[in-house]
Write a protein that binds this ligand. Structure first.
Ligand code: SME
Length: 160
């Protein structure tokens, strides 16, 4: 059996996605509008996702923001689960098997892998972007780098 890559996107794919995000967010700088657009864009353009969305930093807690997918946890303390760890450490969390991640918060039992990118602007933590997948190890290092580049475009084109 041929072992196909799970994401199906190379760096070339992320260059195209980057150009699309630039165009999508070019005419608006509002945080809520751009976060909603960006979450919808990722959810429909990346394959194999069950959830894509934002949590915003509200006094050292993460508060649910615009997203696509099933209903989710509303508040997550810094340090808890994958999202809270990304917020507390300000490091991207790429988790191949969420069930093996200590403290993982199972909002959706169908989720098996997760990528959480912290959102930092001018040294401030705005929140995190959370992507969930029912596939094991859905996110490669290449996906991480591509999605971090998309997040950088989102932050540059958004007032926050
Ligand atoms: N599983 C996440 C919680 C957020 S939801 O999956 C949308 C976590 O452990 O941080």
């Amino acid at each position: 059996m041929i072992d196909l890559p799970q994401s199906g996107r190379g760096l070339e794919g992320y260059s195209l996605l980057a150009a699309q995000v630039e165009a999508l967010l070019a005419d608006e700088r509002d945080l809520i509008a751009n976060a909603a657009q960006f979450a919808a864009f990722l959810f429909y353009e990346l394959d194999g996702l069950s959830w894509a969305g934002f949590y915003f930093n509200r006094d050292e807690q993460l508060l649910l923001g615009p997203f696509q997918g099933r209903v989710a946890c509303v508040r997550i303390p810094f340090g808890r689960g994958v999202c809270g760890t990304a917020a507390a450490t300000r490091q991207t969390q790429r988790v191949e098997d969420v069930h093996a991640f200590a403290g993982h918060i199972a909002c959706d039992s169908a989720s098996n892998s997760e990528l959480v990118v912290p959102l930092e602007k001018h040294g401030r933590l705005l929140g995190v972007l959370d992507l969930d997948s029912p596939r094991h190890a859905r996110f490669s290092l290449e996906d991480q780098q591509g999605i971090e580049a998309l997040v950088a475009i989102f932050l540059r084109l958004t007032d926050c």
